[in-house]
Design a protein around this ligand. Structure first.
Ligand code: G3H
Ligand code: 13P
Ligand code: ZN
Length: 283
């Protein structure tokens, strides 16, 4: 069944766990996510970026997720990841997404608030949830200086203003994670996360969570993170399995014999995350 992000995150808060939000762009990834959720009895968020929608086509992504929702017995949400325009959010709502993200993090605060509200007014009217973002999550940058931190990471006071004025259902925060593989070990700014948590009651979202140590993930959940985004770790599992099969069986030409093992490798990663996020057994 397809549910909203808001409902899912309310349950997660009550049960003190976080819901995994896994990026998808093809059938095997959708199957890996949904089969994992089913086998772990975990609620799950399937999310597609603008790049993923361009690659697969929005009809295919929605069709795949709806097919999964028809056969699954655990709650699923379909979410737009890092939407950067009003039009993109509207398109996703029209095609049946149960949740959208408007990412105005590169805009000045007032513009981010105004644009998030523009999307939010329509989303709320049709029962679709909304995630906003404040602060720069960016790519993998090592050695962020203290001055950089204050300029790039989420300002707790601004987070309070943003949430009060937009009433988003979830807020993505920048506390030291980055998208893509990390060069060193990521160090999260938990003091900042705590300060945000003290000022903001809305569930928080941790982007760039691939490669973040387990203890940091657990601490983030304790400090109010309710949605955790994973893409890179799935991509790495997929690629690892494909390379292994082609290396072990150089003459293989049947896509099923290549993508089948890739699905299994992705499932092992996804199930591990569900246990780490403590969402296993919650559906
Ligand atoms: O946050 C970014 C996600 O990993 C999606 O990346 O824009 O390459 O699809 P993408
Ligand atoms: P990773 O690719 O680093 O896991 O980040 C995923 C993400 O934040 C998607 O929005
Ligand atoms: Zn992200």
């Amino acid at each position: 069944m397809l549910v909203t992000l808001k409902e899912m995150l309310e349950e997660a808060r009550k049960g003190s766990y976080a819901v995994g939000a896994f990026n998808t762009n093809n059938m095997e990834i959708v199957q890996a996510i949904v089969e994992s959720a089913q086998e772990e009895r975990a609620p799950v968020i399937l999310q597609a970026s603008q790049g993923a929608l361009k690659y697969a086509g929005i009809q295919y992504i929605v069709g795949l997720v709806k097919a999964a929702a028809a056969v699954s017995t655990v709650p699923l949400a379909l979410h737009l990841d890092h939407g950067t325009s009003f039009e993109q959010a509207m398109l996703c709502i029209r095609h049946g997404f149960s949740s959208v993200m408007f990412d105005g993090s590169k805009m000045p605060l007032e513009e981010n608030i105004a644009m998030t509200n523009r999307v939010g007014e329509i989303a709320r009217a049709v029962g679709v949830s909304l995630e906003g973002e404040l602060g720069r999550i960016g790519g993998t940058e090592d050695d962020i200086t203290v001055e950089d931190k204050d300029a790039l990471f989420t300002n707790p006071q601004e987070a309070a203003t943003f949430v009060k004025e937009t009433e988003v259902d979830a807020l993505a925060v920048a506390i030291g994670t980055a998208h893509g593989p990390y060069k060193g070990e990521p160090r999260l700014d938990f003091d900042r996360l705590k300060e945000i948590r003290d000022k903001v009651d809305t569930p928080l979202v941790l982007h760039g969570a691939s490669g973040v140590p387990d203890e940091s993930i657990q601490r983030a959940i304790e400090l109010g993170v309710g949605k955790i985004n994973i893409d890179t770790d799935i991509r790495l599992a997929f690629t690892r399995a494909v390379s292994r099969v082609l290396q072990e069986t150089p003459g293989e030409y049947d896509p099923r014999k290549i993508l089948g093992p890739a699905k299994e490798e992705m499932k092992a990663i996804i199930k591990g995350k569900m246990r780490l996020f403590r969402s296993s057994g919650k559906a």
